[in-house]
Design a binder for this molecule. Structure first.
Ligand code: HEM
Length: 357
């Protein structure tokens, strides 16, 4: 069959040699991004620590923003927690919860909504028009509810609290969002199972990392793939969506020593912006790079690579596949324009409405 082309998101730089801009180097080729991700002279910018129980403390304690030295031990906490989760079970739970939400849309034609009974309950205020906003009702709720329950935070308040932290997680967030996130971190700690502070922080860190990126993947898959032929596996659909519309568009590193990258001399302390969105369309790796062509070899860099690469890839894919698989079977047609709030590295659709069959 002939697959469509998916244009680059606005602001995606062209794929080429590293370019020096006012705020540092921009790296766009697949090979160059991979080289930086696996070069120990290129480190994650460290987030400063803060008073215990605050957002700054969380950032200063999770593996994601740690210096190389504490990183491995902190990452191991998250990896150990994830090792106890079975992706097949996550997928089934996400699918079951999605069915529950859609059943409510179709079975309650107007008025009030039941609250559901499962411990993973993801919605309390479902509209019942036969249409559902995938972002608000499913993508932002289901994966988080499933994951939080399995990490010992079954409290229904955990999801909104994680979302509040995620909204301010990356340094430079709006001060009002930071205040909300401070409160949310305290709430999440209070509802966490007893554990040393570093363990609790890194378990919360898993949820925060999972929150927006998995929601974005679901949104992008619905946007680009709801009408795809049923014969296309949801796994192949997600892989190509991750390449062409990566939920995480870029990540940052800073050099600790001078190095040479693709013929460019880069000094120490130089900021690097690694553009997954550009590298995923590198024609040296992907012929016809803009073409949506599931099953193509070469994959994407969207989950990162190297010692800092995403440890939750299989879990994210399972959760997203659970939701998207049900949506492909039971929903059709999206309505209205899909909006994306401005953000330098993230891409989250605001609202995507579909009709429930
Ligand atoms: C579509 C969904 C997801 C995408 C695209 C994604 C992408 C990424 C990327 C690119 C990184 C590395 C950032 C860097 O190297 O600077 C990362 C790190 C991380 N991700 Fe994910 N992620 C997703 C879902 C998840 C989920 C579901 C979890 C947990 C269950 C998770 C947990 C983490 C953690 C803990 C880190 C930090 C790893 C470390 O400190 O070494 N992610 N993710």
């Amino acid at each position: 069959m002939s697959w469509p082309e998916i244009p680059q998101a606005p602001g995606t730089p062209p794929c080429g040699a590293p370019v020096l801009l006012d705020d540092g180097w921009v790296v766009t080729r697949h090979a160059d991004v991979l080289a930086v991700l696996t070069d120990d002279r290129c480190v994650v910018p460290v987030a400063p620590d803060g008073p215990p129980g605050t957002l700054a403390w969380l950032r200063g304690t999770v593996s994601r923003f740690s210096a190389p030295d504490p990183h491995a031990a902190r990452r191991a906490i998250g990896v150990a927690a994830l090792a106890g989760l079975d992706p097949d079970e996550l997928r089934a739970a996400a699918a079951g919860l999605t069915e529950e939400v859609l059943n409510r849309v179709t079975t309650l034609p107007n008025g009030q909504v039941g609250l559901g009974t499962g411990r993973d309950r993801a919605d309390v205020d479902e509209p019942t028009s036969g249409r559902v906003d995938v972002m608000a009702r499913l993508a932002r709720r289901v994966p988080l509810a499933v994951l939080a329950a399995r990490l010992g935070l079954a409290d229904p308040a955990a999801g909104p609290a994680v979302a509040a932290v995620a909204a301010a997680y990356h340094p430079g967030a709006d001060p009002a969002a930071v205040v909300r996130a401070d409160r949310a971190v305290a709430a999440l700690l209070a509802m966490s199972p007893p554990a040393p502070a570093e363990v609790a922080a890194n378990r919360i860190g898993l949820l925060v990392q999972a929150c927006d990126a998995t929601a974005r993947l679901i949104g992008a898959a619905v946007r680009h793939g709801l009408a795809a032929p049923a014969a296309l596996s949801t796994g192949d659909l997600l892989a190509e969506v991750l390449r062409l519309d990566p939920p995480v568009r870029a990540t940052r590193r800073v050099t600790t020593a001078a190095l040479r990258l693709a013929g460019r001399e880069i000094g120490p302390d130089a900021p690097l912006l690694l553009r997954f969105d550009a590298a995923n369309r590198d024609p040296a790796v992907h012929p016809e790079p803009d073409r949506f062509h599931p099953g193509r070899p070469g994959g994407s860099l969207t989950f990162g690579a190297g010692p800092r690469g995403c440890p939750g890839e299989r879990h994210a894919l399972a959760l997203a596949a659970g939701v998207v698989g049900v949506l492909r079977r039971r929903c059709g047609g999206t309505a209205g324009p899909v909006g994306y709030p401005a953000h330098p590295t993230l891409r989250v659709p605001t609202k995507i409405e579909v009709t429930v069959r």
